[in-house]
Write a protein that binds this ligand. Structure first.
Ligand SMILES: [Zn+2]
Length: 166
């Protein structure tokens, strides 16, 4: 089987999504405690509590799905994806696998010239850096440019279109 190449554009979008899902998951983990603290025991409170537990589970599932989609975009071997998916649901294993997946995604994105912040890569920057027709400094559309310089900011155009690192 040929080695799959990382899809940097998808990777950037999916890493960002994973960060949001992890945040959502953290909020959902706290929800039952908040309900416990502020609602007196009643049928309504019990229903809310059950909805919170369900939302908690759904958020964890979305994190796992996000992690699997990142591996699908970053060229991870299918066998490794299956093993990692199983470990994602193992007690204590999940967080370690998540950190490894996120670290690999960050490394690949940085190698492609993208700045990876706390919330992943800014979507505008993904387009600017990865679209060979846009100026990498200011995002100006350089289609058909003959001067070799960006007319907006003066950045010299790369001689070859940006390539995805091996
Ligand atoms: Zn420019």
């Amino acid at each position: 089987m040929p080695k799959r190449q990382p899809d940097v554009r998808k990777l950037a979008i999916r890493q960002r999504w994973l960060v949001w899902m992890v945040l959502l998951s953290i909020v959902m983990q706290a929800l039952p405690f908040v309900l416990d603290a502020y609602f007196s025991p009643s049928a309504g409170a019990r229903l809310l509590y059950m909805i919170a537990i369900f939302a908690q589970f759904a958020a964890l599932l979305l994190v796992a799905v996000g992690a699997i989609f990142i591996m699908l975009a970053d060229g991870t071997h299918v066998v490794v994806i299956v093993l990692a998916a199983i470990l994602l649901f193992a007690p204590c294993g999940g967080i370690l696998i998540l950190l490894l997946i996120n670290r690999r995604a960050t490394r690949l994105l940085r190698a492609a010239g993208l700045r990876v912040g706390l919330m992943g890569v800014n979507p505008d920057e993904v387009e600017r850096i990865l679209d060979p027709n846009l100026c990498t400094t200011c995002g100006y559309n350089l289609t058909g440019n003959l001067s070799g310089l960006c007319p907006e900011c003066g950045t010299p155009l790369p001689l070859t279109p940006p390539t995805v690192p091996q």
